[in-house]
Design a protein around this ligand. Structure first.
Ligand code: AMP
Length: 513
């Protein structure tokens, strides 16, 4: 049997006339159209010299042609390598040098810069713009749509996705056809996707969430998706009447909650799914009160696809990421000794299963350091499993604050601060401190019109947390820095406030109250 994801997908199509993708104010693509477009593009890839196992680097804006290029790359047996469209040419140069692709597809505006980068690795460059035009699309016009999907094994690579790399070099996570296919099938089952579903797709397609979770789940179940170029709250509210599922990052839900139309607009929806960053328990509760829907939060990462999900039928517990997916094992280990910990003990989250990647591209040492011989991947997230088996995430390992020798899990402090009246949200970080090593510091966003201050916050949480966990200082900002997937960039905050406890800065802060 051909384990190529596309071959499995094509074999599962029951009706080629069924709508696969709708572009508002644009064309509609049936499953047949999508197969044909991917076939034409696959023929172009082969004409350009792309062979099975070659990398195809793609840095373009979101479009259906870009998605069809992902499918075409799989069909040609090559490895799809999408890049964040916000990366500069200087950043792209690192990825191209590391991955040595045979073909690069970029926005026409980047063509000349890309050609000089490509020449260093002998790659061919084609262009594709947000409207689906460019040299690649031109080449595909008039080309035969028939293409024999290349035979692949389950362990052959389908894609390389670079991690966002907030510290050190970005690493290319190698994902196989088996990784992607097994995860898609498992999510369809757990989330009850059927061909009657209509997904609102407002995520970027260079990231695991929008590319694999949203797309593979929709296409494998024969469902349809409405393809939006970006998040637009009004447009999404309008679409809810004719859609069934929304997959979003937490910021989507926070923004949608600001609309007075939400309760009515969401009536016909079946399911709201959140992931890629922590969903505040408060957002979960507010959403439930306003819409009657409990947001289903799940947990995954570039290297592992999805690991856990709150249940479809059982209780969706706010502040947790639910239970391991079928076939996935989750364990919590002591970060120092690697001993497996008991329920409710906090440690490193490790996962194992058919979803876990094959390692980091050309980084055997990093792979060996994070992927244990027994198959468990050390995620870098800290968390615990409670007595009911629900997984709780307490932050990235590198965000753990160690103050005076004590471990402080930022999330525990953030939850207390977020519950104070007048606080919208907070980020707790450790900053260099002469006496304590790191000083627990809270960076807080106030609600509009609120005058909540440091004293009020410390007063409210003072008797709820052990003294060593209390922030030494509370800072206020208008908003927390976030990346496109809605993750708070604590590294940016640590950099911005790194001098906070240095003697001069302390004097300055004190002088100004
Ligand atoms: P990425 O590889 O960009 O998908 O980032 C993966 C990381 O996002 C994980 O290791 C977690 O730290 C975080 N993450 C993903 N989903 C959740 C979630 N539901 N709650 C908290 N953190 C999450």
């Amino acid at each position: 049997m051909n384990a190529n994801l596309f071959a499995r997908l094509e074999a599962s199509i029951r009706d080629t006339g069924k709508t696969a993708i709708v572009v508002p104010q644009g064309p509609t693509y049936t499953y047949g159209d999508l197969v044909a477009l991917s076939g034409r593009l696959a023929n172009v890839l082969v004409e350009r010299g792309v062979k099975p196992g070659d990398r195809v680097t793609v840095q373009v804006e979101k479009s259906v042609t870009a998605l069809a290029l992902y499918l075409a790359t799989l069909r040609a047996g090559a490895i799809f390598l999408p890049l964040n469209s916000a990366y500069t040419l200087a950043e792209v140069e690192y990825f191209v040098g590391d991955a040595e692709p045979a073909l690069i597809v970029c926005d026409p505006s980047k063509h000349s810069g890309m050609v000089s980068i490509a020449s260093k690795v002998g790659a061919v460059v084609e262009t594709l713009d947000p409207a689906g035009n460019g040299s690649l699309a031109d080449a595909a016009n008039g080309v035969d749509a028939a293409f024999d999907t290349v035979q692949r094994g389950a362990d052959d690579l389908a894609a390389i996705l670079y991690t966002s790399g907030t510290t050190g070099r970005s690493k290319g996570a190698m994902l196989s056809h088996g990784n992607l296919t097994s995860n898609a099938l498992s999510l369809i089952d757990v989330w009850r996707f059927t061909e009657d579903d209509v997904l609102i797709h407002a995520l970027p397609i260079y990231h695991t969430h929008g590319l694999f979770v949203a797309t593979n789940v929709t296409l494998f179940s024969g469902a349809s998706m409405v393809f939006l170029s970006k998040f637009d709250a009004d447009q999404i509210l309008d679409l809810m009447a004719t859609s069934t599922v929304l997959m979003g990052v937490p910021t989507f839900y926070v923004r949608l909650l600001q609309s007075t139309r939400l309760a009515e607009a969401s009536l016909a929806m079946r399911l709201f799914i959140s992931g890629s960053a922590p969903l505040l328990a408060e957002t979960h509760v507010d959403w439930n009160q306003r819409t009657g829907h409990a947001i289903l939060e799940r947990y995954g990462m570039t290297e592992t696809n999805m690991n856990t999900s709150n249940p479809y039928d059982g209780e969706r517990v706010p502040g947790t990421v639910g239970l391991p997916l079928p076939g996935v094992s989750v364990q919590i280990t002591d970060p120092d000794t690697a001993a497996v910990l008991e329920r409710n003990q906090i440690g490193m989250i490790e996962v194992k299963g058919p979803n876990v990647f094959k390692g980091y591209w050309r980084m055997p040492e990093k792979t060996a350091a994070e992927l244990r011989a027994d198959g468990f991947f050390i995620t870098g997230d800290l968390g615990k499993i409670d007595e009911r088996g629900y997984v709780h995430i307490l932050g990235r390992g590198k965000d753990l604050v160690i103050t005076g020798g004590f471990n402080v899990y930022p999330k525990e402090v953030e939850e207390e601060i977020d519950a104070v009246a007048g606080v919208v949200e907070s980020a707790v970080i450790g900053l260099p401190h002469k006496d304590f090593g790191e000083g627990v510091t809270a960076v807080v966003v106030r609600a509009l019109g609120s005058s909540v201050d440091e004293a009020a916050i410390l007063g409210a949480i003072g008797d709820r947390l052990a003294k060593f966990k209390l922030p030494k200082k509370v800072l206020f900002v208008n908003e927390l820095p976030r990346n496109t997937m809605g993750k708070v960039q604590k590294n940016v905050l640590r950099e911005q406030f790194k001098e906070l406890y240095s003697p001069q800065q302390t004097a300055k802060v004190t002088a100004h109250g």
